[in-house]
Design a protein. Structure first.
Length: 335
């Protein structure tokens, strides 16, 4: 993994809905995932393919507010790049909302939205991509700020995937503080301090993926008993022309970005991952999904596989590894 550091100066939309429940894994204050600070978690739904003011795939993000009786569909906020306070203008192909993370970035008890628009044209760069933080406030979601791209000439589709965490060592100049990890269409992840007041102390880490496919997904893992997070990075192929099981070199790959000692661990391939305490022991477990994994070798049928790494938040080897396919006893269907 290569690194570089740069110190910089100062109505529910029906089209293209992606049903994502995005709530913060951790929060500095208040209830995680509570955008309006009423004590109830809210649900954020991304609609990157939504048509806005006649512009196809301009994109939107819908916030459904929680109540004591659950989600109330009549109480919602629809955000687009035409919304008051949101930078930019809704344009065809921007795909605002293609990636969304909910996290209290400034510790005021209101959860904020980090929104990617990977198709955004920026300063003459077609499809350069943009990232916007929309802040939760007492007056609603009306204040927002652009997350600057420090290396626009190195990639496009900035903001295609996002993750928020305290990535000590991955962004050394921001150790101990929240950072926004941003993926684009190259093999590098950009780490931007969540405090956007100065837009400085940005760094980047490169991974041995095929840059033609870019960063596919990012997932943070909290390290128990610390203020540190590790980062799972998904890409495709390898940067050295390596071949995958499908013979094309674009098979899914997974990297564990952890300068504290687990970096380079041999993780199973996958296109997506999630974190949760599956066995109730208080330690986060990592679940990696790979819908393109062959069910058996040398069988080339892509039956898919899920791999669980128990206690993955700690350094070193996981406590236990479990693999699940549709051939696993108790799972419906067959691989």
């Amino acid at each position: 993994m290569r690194k570089r550091t740069l110190l910089m100066s100062a109505t529910l939309l029906a089209s293209g809905l992606t049903p994502l429940i995005v709530v913060s894994a951790e929060a500095a204050g208040g209830t995680p995932g509570d955008v309006n600070k009423d004590g109830y978690r809210d649900v954020v739904v991304s609609a990157p393919d939504a048509t806005v003011a006649g512009h196809a795939k301009a994109g939107a993000v819908v916030v459904l507010y929680g109540t004591s009786h659950g989600i109330d569909p009549s109480r919602r906020t629809v955000l687009t790049q035409n919304s008051t306070g949101v930078p930019g203008t809704a344009e065809g192909g921007d795909r605002f909302g293609a990636a969304v993370v909910v996290h209290d970035l400034n510790g005021d008890g209101y959860s904020d939205l980090v929104v990617g628009a990977p198709g955004e044209d920026v300063a003459g760069d077609d499809g350069g991509g943009s990232v916007t933080v929309v802040y939760g406030t007492a007056s609603g979601l009306t204040r927002a700020k652009t997350v600057q791209d420090p290396w626009p000439a190195s990639h496009d589709a900035y903001g295609r995937t996002l993750a928020v965490g305290t990535y000590n060592g991955l962004n050394p100049v921001n150790d101990g503080k929240l950072s926004i990890a941003v993926g684009a269409n190259d093999a590098e992840v950009t780490f931007v301090p969540a405090d956007l007041s100065a837009q400085s102390n940005t760094s980047g880490s490169g991974f041995a993926f095929n840059p033609a496919h870019g960063i596919v997904a990012l997932t943070p893992i909290d390290v128990p008993g610390t203020d540190d997070d590790r980062l799972i990075v998904h890409g495709r192929g390898t940067g050295d022309g390596g071949w995958g099981y499908d013979g094309t070199g674009d098979d899914p790959r997974t990297a564990f970005a952890d300068p504290a000692g687990f970096e380079g661990a041999d993780l199973p391939a996958g296109t997506t991952s999630a974190v949760g305490d599956l066995n109730g022991n208080g330690s986060p477990d990592l679940v990696i999904g790979n819908p393109e994994d062959p069910t058996q070798s040398p069988d080339t049928s892509l039956g898919g596989r899920v791999t669980i790494y128990y206690d993955a938040g700690y350094s070193g080897s996981p406590n236990r590894v479990q693999t699940i396919t549709q051939d696993t006893p108790g799972v419906p269907g067959s691989g």
